[in-house]
Write a protein of this length. Structure first.
Lengths: 572, 247
């Protein structure tokens, strides 16, 4: 292997330092592996900090009747039974212990009067189940994991972007990356790699996601031969800010509704009565997002094209204590005092249910040595994720993937990477500098965002999706000739040129899967196929690279054993 | 459409200058939007660090018209628009490029603080009134604005012997955790140099999370240092026993 580049060697390399990546790294360390964590941002800034409402775990501190079976049932129903049942089961069984563990590492959740962890109501959850810290639960979790990991002794490579996975034959053997700061290249040698890079929201215009959310992990895994699954299912969170324009898409936590917030249209109607009279504002996100969208589309939207979300009927002090972030966010960014009047909200792209296809128990992808956890992995949430199930997902499966990666590394002999792979990775990343001219990356990114926003949104149809696919093809051609100016020193244009490739891979995968699935289910709503289709309910869409082309396959949804099926007897 | 002139720092470790860009205004726009406009339309290699754009991650800190701020939470309409709006990098840390500084020193300080360590035999019961105090400190988003404004770092460059407000807040969060069993007071005095802080409260003023850094974190820690190291009775007892105080 070349010594031309900086080289680091670890048993386990974790890509991504959000909740899933950090939890995986901690577990791999616990298993005796040497661990490196690579992240695009500074440590502690990952998108997990944007998780506000809470972490779902059937602890029964507030509602003693809660148990894992109810949580499992809620998750499967929320995911419209497209979930990998085993993942949903493991998640429901293990999340309480994962939350208690955080407390033992120093996390300070809000408390009940009995001195237990406080839990709040959330959409689609039968009981009060979300352990939380006001509306900054994600920050508490990431800080706890960050400090735990630092003190256990993992090596962190901050502001470093992975552009390729390296292989020895069919086995993952490391990754090629560049330092965002200086633009120098790095070769990571590793016997196992855990992808924990989150989602792909930055490919859409209106999103709650940060710049990091470009699907790099999905793209490098796909390039390395891994299968992606359920890519048609991207979640539009019902409540993002809609005004002023600069803040459009910023998340308004579901905890506002969990704490009693009410949705109304311009006419003052509590419209959720029409769409889900039983669960009202605490219906699942797919339903609430579609409802708001429909109200606006049919002319009952607010001044700026959203719905009103009102919590001002609760005492002002209570609102400030339970939703301090929301209080400040609206006061400072929108001149709205949420203790006195309603917020204006509308759907914003928030989460990717699809991702890398993994084995339930281990997070192992379909390529040896490759693992995935958290939002980057598929299966857990099926066609729609319940709020609060993401923070628990990343704890449960982060731990499992970390342990499995460490075990894999222990049983793997020394690996070797051919120089040609590294040379190719280097040439690919440098190419935008070397073209004498060409389009800049920002123009193509804006065009992609507008296309997905208008053609691959909440409601889809065949014509739009075909048009989107055609445009994505054009963007790929434009991106292949992208040009950047300046040096390699902290150059955002250059960084985006690379991230754009990942977004285009993800966008194509989403669009192909959405076109194929001729039914409406969870977060995937087809105007031309508005109903459930029993056959499609038994199939997951799979994306894989074959002979240089993106190919679509189908795979049967794993069937639950009889004893778990019994839990849904009343559904029939 | 109305325009405003942004005067931003362009340059790297070897030096730089302020460059002016004209940026169109839109309702509710924040400074980070203006910086993104420069990046997306005028100069693609303009370096800015940011993430959530929602005041939650603390990445986009800079000095706006001379004041350390989160650019994602600073409204353009809160600034005078008849003259250029200046945006400079944090002064307390070395510039990498444009508005991006090298803040790695902060992570070094953090690494030296002993982690949470539960008292043996705890039953993990905690009441809200007991966690209210440390929860205030755990709101910190590590934007490092307090570090930037603190004159001990900013003007005197005492990074080698001082922890800075951010890490006093972190230590306070651990020390006041109802179930923590360690004392970090000796480290706060000796390695983190809390004595250098002369409570000018600049840190409290710039904190976007409105943490009462000076009153609730630094002063109580200073009091604990005094109790352990400067209490005359403890001093005499130490002389007699020949032991050192603190842990």
């Amino acid at each position: 292997m070349s010594e031309k580049f900086e080289v680091h060697e670890h048993d386990v390399l974790v890509i991504g330092a959000g909740g899933a990546g950090l939890r995986a790294a901690i577990e791999a360390l616990n298993c005796g592996a040497s661990v490196g964590v690579v992240c695009k941002s500074l440590l502690g800034k990952a998108h997990t900090v944007m998780a506000e409402g809470g972490v779902a775990a059937a602890m029964g501190n507030v509602d003693p009747a809660d148990d894992w079976k109810t949580h499992f049932r809620d998750t499967m129903r929320g995911g419209k039974f497209l979930n990998n049942w085993r993942m949903a089961q493991l998640h429901a069984l293990e999340s309480p212990e994962r939350v208690r563990e955080l407390e033992q590492w120093g996390a300070l959740f809000d408390r009940t009067d009995a001195g237990e962890i406080m839990q709040r109501a959330f959409g689609g959850h039968t009981f009060k189940r979300l352990c939380h810290v006001g509306d900054r639960t994600g920050l508490e979790i990431i800080r706890t994991l960050q400090d735990r990991g630092v003190h256990l002794g993992f090596d962190v490579y901050m502001e470093c972007t992975v552009t390729r996975l390296l292989k020895d034959g069919e086995t993952i053997a490391g990754a090629f990356a560049y330092w965002r700061e200086q633009g120098r290249f790095v070769v990571f040698k590793a016997k196992a790699v855990v992808i924990a890079t989150g989602g792909i929201g930055k490919a859409w215009k209106v999103t709650s996601n940060s710049w990091e959310y470009t699907g790099d992990g999905l793209a490098v895994a796909y390039e390395a031969g891994a299968e992606l699954m359920d890519m048609e299912f991207v979640q539009f969170h019902p409540t993002g800010m809609v005004w002023p324009p600069g803040v459009q898409g910023i998340l308004v936590t579901e905890a506002v509704r969990g704490e009693g917030g009410i949705l109304r249209n311009r006419l003052g109607e509590r419209f959720m009565e029409k769409y889900d009279p039983k669960r009202m504002e605490l219906s699942t996100r797919d339903v609430v997002a579609r409802s708001i969208y429909t109200e606006v589309k049919e002319g009952r939207g607010t001044e700026h094209g959203g719905a009103y979300l009102d919590i001002s009927h609760k005492p002002g002090e209570y609102v400030k204590r339970k939703l301090p972030g929301m209080f400040h966010q609206f006061k400072e960014l929108a001149d709205v005092d949420i203790t006195k009047g309603p917020m204006e909200v509308g759907p914003t792209l928030h989460y990717t249910m699809g991702g890398i296809r993994v084995e339930a128990e281990t997070g192992a992808a379909t390529v040896p040595g490759l693992f995935a956890a958290g939002e980057a992995a598929a299966g857990m949430h099926g066609a729609n994720r319940l709020g609060g199930n993401s923070l628990s997902d990343l704890l449960v499966f982060g731990k499992r993937a970390g342990a499995a990666a460490a075990a894999h590394a222990k049983n793997t002999a020394a690996l070797n990477v051919e120089q040609a792979q590294i040379d190719h990775a280097e040439r690919e990343v440098l190419a935008p500098f070397e073209r004498p001219n060409g389009e800049g990356p920002y123009e193509i990114h804006r065009a992609l965002q507008n296309t997905l926003q208008s053609l691959v949104g909440i409601f889809r149809n065949e014509n739009d999706l075909k048009e989107a696919l055609k445009k994505i093809g054009e963007f790929k051609q434009r991106a292949a000739t992208v040009h950047v100016d300046g040096s390699r020193l902290f150059n955002p244009g250059w960084h985006l040129a690379r991230d754009l490739q990942s977004m285009l891979t993800a966008a194509e995968a989403v669009t192909r899967c959405a076109l194929a699935r001729k039914e409406s289910r969870g977060a995937h709503s087809r105007i031309d196929f508005p109903d459930y289709d029993a056959d499609w309910g038994k199939k997951n869409n799979i994306i894989v690279k074959e002979s240089g082309e993106m190919k679509l396959r189908e795979r049967p949804v794993p069937q639950m054993p009889e004893e778990l099926k019994q839990l849904f007897a009343e559904d029939k | 459409m109305a325009e405003v002139v942004m005067a931003v720092h362009r340059g790297d470790a070897s030096g730089g200058k302020t460059v002016e860009y004209k940026v169109p205004l839109s309702p509710g726009m924040v400074v980070l939007d203006a910086l993104h406009y420069i990046q997306g339309h005028l100069s693609a290699d303009f370096a800015v660090r940011w993430n959530c754009k929602a005041g939650r991650c603390g990445s986009c800190s800079a000095e706006v018209n001379g004041r350390p701020r989160l650019t994602c939470k600073t409204r353009m309409d809160s600034l005078p628009q008849d003259k250029p709006i200046t945006v400079l990098p944090l002064k307390a840390f070395p510039v990498i490029k444009d508005l991006v500084t090298n803040v790695s020193w902060n992570y070094e300080v953090n690494r030296k603080i002993p982690a949470f360590s539960a008292r043996p035999g705890t039953n993990w019961k905690m009441y809200q009134k007991d966690v209210d105090r440390p929860q205030e400190f755990r709101k910190c988003i590590e934007c490092f604005l307090c570090q930037d404004v603190c004159h001990v770092l900013r003007d005197h460059g005492k990074h080698a012997e001082y922890g800075g407000p951010r890490y006093f807040v972190r230590v306070a969060g651990l020390e006041m955790h109802p179930l923590d069993g360690l004392s970090r007071i000796k480290g706060v005095r000796n390695q983190m140099g809390i004595g250098l802080c002369n409570i000018t409260k600049c840190c409290t003023e710039v904190c976007p999370e409105e943490i009462h850094i000076t009153d609730n974190a630094i002063i109580p820690l200073k009091e604990r240092v005094v109790d352990q190291f400067y209490d005359p009775l403890v001093w005499i007892a130490r002389k007699i026993k020949g032991t050192e105080s603190g842990s």
